[in-house]
Design a protein. Structure first.
Lengths: 486, 307
């Protein structure tokens, strides 16, 4: 009987507690327990993450090698390529600071989503060609273990650019440049245009260029989510906050020719947490300005443009917010499934959306009628006055249409030459730009991200040479004017 | 580095589940599990290789009176033979402890599959230079397992074992008229060889697993000659790719039936018919997407007056 009670008491019965058991574990797993205890002690000691007083997991880390200001498609693309091209793996800590995790005002998700190679500047064509390759093989680039493959819903319907008499010669030149870089574009006369697309009214059109392959539109939200997911799996840190201050140090140095320049280096980025007065200073080595339409403000925080006008110190980053409207309308007699992305000589554009005879389109306003970018309210009179008449003139079926909805988004408009700014600033030596693409940032984002990552890691562009897109052209006045901007 | 506990238990559980499913399929004699594309196919493939025996099932064993058990409390311990349970449990534990190795193995297997498809779609430049584009295209198709018909001749197919006769090598100037690439692993790169066949009249791409919208946008160089195109059963073709078939103005027969990625097959068929007016489109019945309202129920048309 004594033996039985001993067994009941010391055995593994339902009521007995054996020697050495405590909540959930057993003394037999000594090595595992020891390593857990060591980990806990290490985190409690200074330098670890554990803070017994309150939870600080929403704050960014105290130091980070690269801080990317802006979490849109350009910022995430730079983060992706930095992590992909770094040697050795895991060498760089990247922090992406984005103040709006819902992306409610981001240009990426409000864009119409088109991608084309029909540009006038050869570098733009090369950027687009690489980006479309990236999108075609997106599941090889952005594959994350056990997650479903991405479907960006690409419509390979092509772009149709129409030119009047005045623009026909420029269009021919552009097509020559595009074909040299490898784009598949064909030129069409008004006669051929009428044969192919009978719903077009070719009055006033002298020439048209039609992209046969690798052009179309896709879902930018899917690309953004795919990049975000992949970039998180590669170990990039995210922070929800706003950059309010840069702490930098400057050095007065003499160039070879004897003139004095004030070189600045950013040491800390102050990230203010959303809806709070709290901020965290993040020590950093490199700052990447990918803030899209707000890049100008971020650059001013870094002191770019604070100097006597006409000097390099006084050259601001000429990127501004510009509001653009997009309208969605329904026209049951409208053009069918073969509709490409049509761009009128007047600047009005439209494309098919889905299978239900719905169309998306808009027009860029002239400089005088630029709307106030303070909010994202839509002006429906703009459609009546500026968008509908040229549309109805170009496609007679659009005389009867019904606007279903509309939204507004921002362009990160480069007032200098409407082309992107890529690369480091000559004076603030550790700030790199990836912004100012004025409406074609989404379609060039993968290639631009790679170019900036190469610049950061190697110091020069390796695959696509974007030296003509550096900041210094604003001071030297060399415009890289892009003619085909919508 | 110690693996994270929760995640590897989940992954090991998935491996275990996949293996039992695969065992069921094998027992029923169905091999489709291995042909499933993408991650599921890989998982089942890997599960089949790693767990080549069926998972141990739990048996209720009659209570054995051994010397150690006494009374009622002893009987409650005979749930399963300890040996079997331990083996099954330790195999899962083995896999769970080597989480990153299993992931690396899965990654390696996936890459091998992808590179196999790339290898199948490589261009045969030396054949092209020596014998011309028609012979190179024909060789490419025959190597993939499809069939070719030269102008004025019969269909050439590979036999059961994949071998085919090389007597088409002398037909350097004879254009290829028809290509049957049904079920072949032809993809975007592989279309290079097909697009060189300038007088191709009939192209069958039924059930090709890697033909998608991007491939369809590449077909426009064949516009002047292509009269018949069949895309039936291609899992990756959607209505967005069908929209760029309007370049093929000579097309007379188009088969777009049974495309699982097309969202509304009936409506798509109507729109494609409008897009290609002189082409006969075989596809889903347009009425299948329509839903009849309660007052439109079909009634016999004999009596004009309502019931």
């Amino acid at each position: 009987m004594l033996r039985r009670t001993l067994l009941l008491g010391l055995g593994r019965g339902p009521l007995g507690r054996g020697l050495g058991t405590h909540r959930g574990g057993s003394i037999l797993d000594r090595d595992g327990k020891m390593s857990e205890i060591k980990k806990k002690i290490r985190s409690i000691l200074p330098g670890g993450d554990w803070n017994p007083l309150y939870d600080t997991s929403y704050l960014p880390p105290e130091s980070s090698d690269v801080v990317i200001v802006g979490g849109g498609v350009l910022g995430l693309s730079v983060a992706y390529w930095l992590k992909k091209l770094e040697k050795p793996r895991g060498a760089i800590r990247v922090l992406v600071v984005e103040r709006d995790h819902t992306y409610s005002r981001a240009s990426t998700v409000l864009s119409v989503g088109g991608i084309r190679q029909q540009f006038s500047v050869p570098e733009n064509v090369q950027l687009s060609i690489f980006s479309i390759d990236f999108l075609r093989n997106i599941n090889e680039y952005l594959a994350v273990a056990d997650d479903p493959p991405l479907d960006i819903q690409f419509n390979p319907s092509g772009y149709l650019l129409l030119a009047s008499e005045k623009g026909a010669a420029i269009m021919e030149n552009n097509v020559k440049v595009q074909r040299q870089e490898g784009a598949k574009v064909c030129l069409m006369s008004p006669e051929q245009l009428r044969n192919k697309f009978p719903w077009i009214n070719t009055e006033g059109v002298a020439l048209a260029s039609y992209g046969m392959e690798h052009e179309g539109w896709f879902d930018p939200w899917c690309l953004l989510q795919g990049l975000r997911r992949k970039v998180q799996s590669m170990g990039v840190l995210f922070c929800r906050g706003e950059v309010t201050r840069f702490v930098s140090s400057s050095n007065l140095m003499k160039t070879a020719s004897g003139e004095e320049v004030n070189l600045k280096r950013i040491h800390e980025v102050h990230v203010k947490i959303d809806q709070s007065l709290e901020y965290q200073p993040v020590e950093c080595a490199i700052v990447i300005n990918a803030a899209g339409a707000w890049s100008g403000q971020v650059a001013e925080l870094a002191g770019i443009g604070k100097g006597p006008p006409g000097t390099l110190q006084g050259t601001k980053l000429p990127v501004e917010l510009r509001k653009r409207y997009v309208y969605l309308w329904h026209c049951p007699q409208g053009p069918g499934l073969e509709t490409p992305f049509v761009i009128d000589p007047s600047g009005t554009y439209f494309r098919r959306e889905g299978l239900g005879h719905n169309y998306l389109g808009g027009c860029s306003p002239t400089e005088e009628e630029e709307p106030d970018p303070g909010n994202l309210e839509v002006d429906h009179d703009f459609f009546q006055d500026r968008v509908w008449p040229p549309l109805a003139q170009r496609v007679p079926a659009f005389e009867t249409l019904k606007v279903r909805s509309a939204w507004a988004g921002y362009y990160d408009y480069n007032t200098f030459d409407q082309n992107g700014v890529v690369g480091p600033h000559p004076l603030v030596i550790n700030m790199y730009f990836a912004t100012g693409f004025s409406g074609h940032g989404l379609q060039q984002a993968p290639a631009v991200g790679r170019a900036v990552a190469e610049m950061v890691l190697e110091g020069h562009f390796q695959t696509i040479n974007l030296s003509s897109f550096l900041f210094s052209r604003f001071y030297s006045g060399e415009k890289v004017q892009e003619h085909n901007i919508i | 580095m110690q693996p994270i506990r929760g995640r590897d238990r989940l992954s090991a559980l998935r491996v275990g589940l996949a293996s039992s499913w695969e065992w069921d399929l094998q027992r029923k004699g169905v091999r489709e599990g291995l042909e499933k594309p993408g991650f599921e196919g890989l998982r089942t493939l890997q599960a089949q290789r790693l767990l080549s025996h069926p998972p141990q099932s739990l048996h209720l064993v009659a209570p054995v009176w051994n010397g150690g058990t006494r009374g009622i409390s002893g009987l409650s311990r005979v749930v399963a033979p300890k040996g079997n349970q331990k083996k099954g449990r330790s195999l899962l534990q083995f896999l769970a402890d080597r989480f990153y190795d299993v992931e690396a193995l899965r990654d390696h297997l996936l890459r091998k599959r992808v590179s196999k498809v790339h290898q199948k779609n490589r261009p045969f430049n030396h054949i092209n230079q020596r014998y011309g584009p028609y012979v190179a295209g024909a060789y490419f198709i025959l190597k993939q397992g499809g069939a070719v018909r030269f102008q004025g001749r019969e269909w050439s197919r590979p036999n059961q074992r994949g071998h085919f006769s090389l007597d088409f090598l002398k037909l350097q100037a004879v254009p290829v008229e028809a290509v049957d690439a049904s079920g072949c692993a032809i993809n975007y790169q592989g279309l290079d060889s097909l697009l060189a066949l300038k007088e191709l009249q009939s192209l069958w791409l039924q059930r090709c697993p890697h033909v998608d919208d991007w491939c369809l946008s590449r077909l426009h160089p064949l516009a002047s000659s292509l009269q018949e195109l069949s895309l039936a059963g291609c899992p990756r073709v959607s209505e967005r790719g069908l929209a760029c078939l309007h370049h093929l103005w000579n097309l007379r027969r188009l088969d777009i039936s049974d495309l699982p990625a097309v969202s509304s097959p009936g409506l798509t068929r109507i729109l494609v018919e409008e897009m290609l007016p002189s082409c006969e489109v075989l596809g889903a019945d347009w009425a299948q997407d329509l839903k009849l309202g309660p007052e439109e129920q079909p009634r016999d048309t004999a009596g004009p007056t309502p019931a």
